[in-house]
Ligand binder design. Structure first.
Ligand code: DAH
Length: 333
């Protein structure tokens, strides 16, 4: 059947003008103007000028229509993208999740601040110690139980993981002459099984003051200052007698319970007081071990656990919480 070219053109124009997207328009264009379109095939078979003029005219008009429609669609699409892809630069940015310091580090910083305020220097020492510094120069007797491999991690016959921060006392006394006011903070190690109250790795802070005419009263005032920095301004401090190899006299300081205010609760075992660690006046033997004259120099020292301090500050019943790295726990402090 003969093609009705006028009808063909009308249909093509209608399709071109109703195309709603560039891909759809391209399909229509291929259908009516492509190399295999009815129009292209007819043009290739043209024998007379009249038909040639008619078909060429149709082709030109269809091409013009397709071009116009393509431009209109491109404009529309640009318009739509400008509308939809608008970026509001005034909107607040996405918030990055921020962590915070571990409770042990928080306590450590509080201790550092409290001592820096008193003019102390802060130091950290080696965690692998010789027996000489961990025990001998601190006047531990030859049969002290801490010297046993059952209590202490040995590397070889001479080297241990330090069992306390007290060796820092010897190091600084050998490094420089008094007066000395220092606090040493770091990890210590003991061969304890892991329980709610013990962990084989923990932290201590160790203070040492060496000067002329220091007394137990200076020690008490210093500890009171630090305990108040850690637990609040209402805290009181008391001493109980005790024994440590490197202090004479030795005492154990207690701080009044910050949870019940001293009236008695579960945390302080209904005594109103909480044990803080060990302390005392530097033993003359320690002075002699580092070549200082005990008649000329006096000093006091103290050592406390950081985990215990963090537990008391935040009422954390189990020490393991501080070592397990469980964010659900740590986020609370
Ligand atoms: N080093 C002792 C301990 O770990 C604590 C201690 C006691 C430290 C008396 C001192 C001190 O500086 O004078 O149990």
């Amino acid at each position: 059947m003969e093609t009705d070219w006028n009808d063909h053109e009308r249909k093509a124009i209608r399709k071109i003008e109703s195309a709603v997207s560039s891909p759809e328009l391209e399909d229509v264009r291929v259908l009516y103007l492509g190399r295999k379109s009815e129009l292209a095939l007819a043009l290739r078979g043209v024998r007379d000028p009249q038909t040639g003029a008619l078909l060429n005219g149709i082709r030109q008009r269809l091409e013009a229509a397709a071009e116009a429609r393509a431009r209109a669609l491109a404009d529309e699409e640009l318009e739509r993208r400008l509308r939809d892809e608008v970026i509001d630069v005034t909107l607040p940015g996405e918030e990055l999740p921020l962590g915070h310091l571990h409770p042990i580090t928080q306590v450590r910083r509080t201790v550092e601040d409290a001592f820096l305020g008193l003019g102390y220097e802060v130091r950290d020492d080696r965690e692998v110690e010789t027996l000489e510094y961990n025990f001998d120069k601190l006047a531990f007797g030859p049969t002290h139980s801490a010297r046993s491999p059952r209590d202490t991690f040995f590397f070889d016959a001479d080297h241990v993981l330090r069992t306390e921060t007290s060796p820092s006392q010897i190091h600084i006394l050998e490094e420089k002459p008094p007066p000395i006011y220092m606090v040493s903070i770091g990890r210590v190690y003991r061969r304890d099984a892991i329980t709610a109250t013990r962990y084989p790795i923990f932290h201590q802070f160790e203070g040492l003051a060496v000067d002329r005419r220091l007394t137990l009263a200076d020690l008490k005032g210093t500890l009171l200052h630090v305990m108040r920095a850690l637990y609040g301004p209402e805290r009181r401090v008391r001493f109980r007698t005790h024994f440590f190899p490197f202090t004479e006299p030795s005492i154990e300081p207690d701080v009044s319970c910050g949870i019940c205010g001293g009236s008695g609760c579960r945390t302080c075992k209904f005594s109103g007081w909480i044990e803080m660690g060990g302390a005392g006046m530097v033993d003359p033997e320690v002075f002699e071990n580092v070549g200082l004259d005990p008649e000329e120099w006096s000093g006091f020292a103290f050592g406390c656990g950081l985990e215990r301090t963090a537990q008391l500050r935040h009422d954390i019943p189990d020490i393991r919480a501080l070592w397990e790295g469980d964010l659900r726990v740590l986020r609370q402090f």
